[in-house]
Write a protein that binds this ligand. Structure first.
Ligand code: 6PG
Length: 242
């Protein structure tokens, strides 16, 4: 766990991690973004001239770890936010991989999940994840007040899924109460680095429980490579305060 002063410092350090993972891979790069408010400042930083000019945009593919099952242009759409903050200005459209949410049945998140699983498998090239060849270079994550991460909510069967790469979740545990689509733990784990960003005093209680080892999705989400937690001062549990 790396403590940082505030959300601005956290975004700056997260951007360093993004840039380091990009520079380590001379080939095709895959980054899995996250929803929620925590990554906003990072996304804005990636669009600034200094970083934008250093990213080999043609080689970087952008995925999303979970999606709220709302239309792509709905303000609640996770990939929509990332597009608005940096992707649409910077990335080739064919390198942006949103979870489809426009199926005939607006509640059919399972269909969106199946389509995204097929897209991830096509990108990866085979249907089985090989621990020696991670799907993603970097996976960004956040933590919800109930200990969820991505759209893996405590006690939901999606948390225990081991076969499917992506699943539909009929109803979220927290706002917004819309169906979700989420990558499963084994899929998210298939990365060189998983990077959590957690900020704000309203996260201190759940981080205290998480770091105490409670069985929560946020605790079970681990990279097969490196897992890094960035936590700002306001969110830092009492035991970790200097
Ligand atoms: C979502 C997310 C979710 C989020 C956490 C933290 O769709 O809501 O992907 O898992 O990362 O709830 O959200 P904040 O960053 O807003 O605290």
């Amino acid at each position: 766990m790396i403590p940082v002063a505030d959300p601005a410092a956290m975004a700056a350090l997260a951007a360093e991690h993004v840039m380091a993972r990009i520079s380590e891979n001379p080939g095709r790069i895959a980054i899995c973004l996250t929803g929620g408010s925590s990554p906003k400042q990072l996304y804005q930083l990636l669009a600034t001239d200094i970083l934008r000019s250093k990213i080999p945009w043609q080689r970087v593919h952008w995925f999303i770890g979970d999606e709220r099952f709302v239309p792509a242009d709905d303000p609640l759409n996770n990939m929509g936010l990332a597009r608005a903050l940096f992707l649409d200005q910077c990335a080739p459209a064919s390198n942006i991989h949103p979870i489809p949410t426009s199926t005939a049945d607006p509640a059919d998140s399972n269909r969106g999940a199946a389509l995204y699983e097929a897209e991830l498998k096509a990108f990866y090239g085979v249907d089985e994840l090989d621990p020696a060849r991670p799907l993603f270079d970097l996976v960004l994550m956040g933590v919800g007040p109930d200990g969820h991460t991505a759209s893996l909510f405590p006690g939901f069967p999606a948390v225990d899924e081991t076969q499917r790469w992506v699943v539909g979740v009929a109803k979220a545990h927290v706002e917004p109460f819309v169906p979700r689509v989420t990558l499963t733990l084994p899929t998210l784990a298939s990365c060189r680095e998983m990077l959590f960003e957690v900020a704000g005093s309203d996260k201190r209680a759940i981080l205290t429980r998480t770091f105490a080892g409670e069985n929560l999705p946020a605790n079970r989400a681990r990279s097969n490579g490196e897992t890094v937690w960035l936590v700002d001062q306001a969110a830092l549990p009492e035991d970790f305060r200097g």
